[in-house]
Design a binder for this molecule. Structure first.
Ligand code: MG
Length: 379
């Protein structure tokens, strides 16, 4: 039995992870869960999986049929990360935003393997996290269709033979719009993703293409690849989840239907393919298309490479500016095109360049920038 902890368990990735756990109850035992504000939903999940430790967002009464340890808020997430029950344990981080970083750090220190859906962890603190993983000798697997696909394509291969990673992008909810047609688009338009059903933050990040920028940065850390060897390509069908091109011209692609259960199961049971899906891909009559993913049309992708090139705390700056801007857009305080302007202003701000890159500083600067931007535009 492997002990499982899921933070962000009532979100989109969290509930799909619970589906995978449910069908593998002979292998996994849920020990700890953090749940969102919807207490009815939380209660339903808790009563089904009966975890020993639960983290709720805020202090509220919850009536349960048994007596688990109940902790609250951000400090509660850390208590879940530190909790230890079984010899072999895996920590699934399905939180959205910078608040996912510290739970990852503590989970690694508690020698838990890590299945990572929280993008901000590697974007903001990739070098620091990799160092911790090495020191504590834990396994990191990605929960993301693109990185899962790349892992499929490079498993067992020699890294020196790789010419480049090719990350596919569906294009998000505004992929068929020209830049000038983005003026005045609404939150409702932006949340309507053509292929994937995801949380609100990541759906907006897909529409701006910042999500793809983050995935480039994550791939850099996950697969030890220089940025020059990481490309992106527009692929509207979301059938090819990503590719790896080798020096001999072979391109390996992982293809399949768009179902997050598959990458989740692969992350939990790596390198096994034991998940049984009912969404098998029908190859007959399949038409696949690839187009250039333009950094002019999607400047946020360019900004991600820019911040990565600057390095140090600038990746935290990139993430914080994006996090604040997306929140403001979802709260209908700013226009869609303001998101990229806010990000550009921050990553080209030289006042951050002397800040030393360490965990305390990346967290500190992240919250300072988020609060500054929310205050400036949030009125
Ligand atoms: Mg993805």
């Amino acid at each position: 039995m492997k002990g499982v902890y899921i933070v962000g368990a009532s979100g989109s990735i969290g509930t799909q992870t619970l589906d995978v756990i449910r069908e593998n109850s002979h292998l996994f035992k849920v020990i700890g869960l953090s749940l969102g504000r919807d207490l009815a939903k939380a209660k339903e999940i808790i009563e089904e999986f009966k975890p020993e430790i639960i983290c709720l967002r805020e202090k509220k009464e919850i009536e349960l049929s048994y007596k688990p340890i109940i902790v609250y808020g951000d400090s509660g997430l850390i208590e879940i990360a530190k909790y230890k029950k079984l010899k072999e344990e895996i920590f699934v981080n399905a939180l959205v935003g910078i608040s996912g970083l510290l739970p990852t750090v503590y989970a690694i220190k508690a020698k838990k393997d890590l299945a990572l859906a929280n993008k901000e962890t590697l974007v903001v603190a990739g070098d620091l996290i990799k160092q911790l993983i090495k020191e504590n000798n834990v396994l990191l697997t990605p929960i993301d269709s693109e990185h899962s696909a790349i892992l499929e394509c490079i498993y067992g291969e020699n890294k020196n033979d790789i010419k480049r990673l090719i990350i596919t992008a569906s294009g998000g909810s505004f992929r068929d719009k020209k830049r000038e047609e983005l003026i005045g688009v609404t939150k409702k338009d932006a949340l309507n993703h053509p292929n994937w059903s995801m949380g609100a933050k990541i759906t907006i990040d897909s529409a701006t293409m910042m999500n793809k920028g983050f995935e480039v940065i994550e791939a850099h850390y996950l697969f030890d690849m220089p940025y020059e060897k990481i490309d992106t390509i527009l692929h509207k069908e979301s059938i090819v989840h990503s590719m790896v091109e080798y020096n001999d011209g072979v391109i390996k692609a992982a293809i399949g239907s768009a179902d997050m259960h598959t990458p989740i199961a692969y992350a939990l049971k790596f390198p096994m393919h034991e998940h049984i899906t009912n969404k098998n891909l029908n190859l007959i009559g399949l038409n696949l298309h690839f187009e250039e993913l333009s950094k002019k049309r999607f400047p946020c992708l360019e900004y991600a490479y820019m911040a990565a090139k600057k390095g140090g705390v600038y990746l935290a700056v990139l993430n914080a500016a994006n996090e604040a801007a997306v929140k403001l857009f979802l709260d209908e305080k700013i226009e869609f095109l303001d998101i990229e302007k806010i990000i550009y202003d921050e990553i080209t701000n030289d006042s951050y360049k002397d800040i030393e890159y360490n965990l305390d500083n990346v967290i500190d600067i992240s919250y300072k920038i988020i609060n500054k931007i929310i205050e400036r535009y949030g009125k």
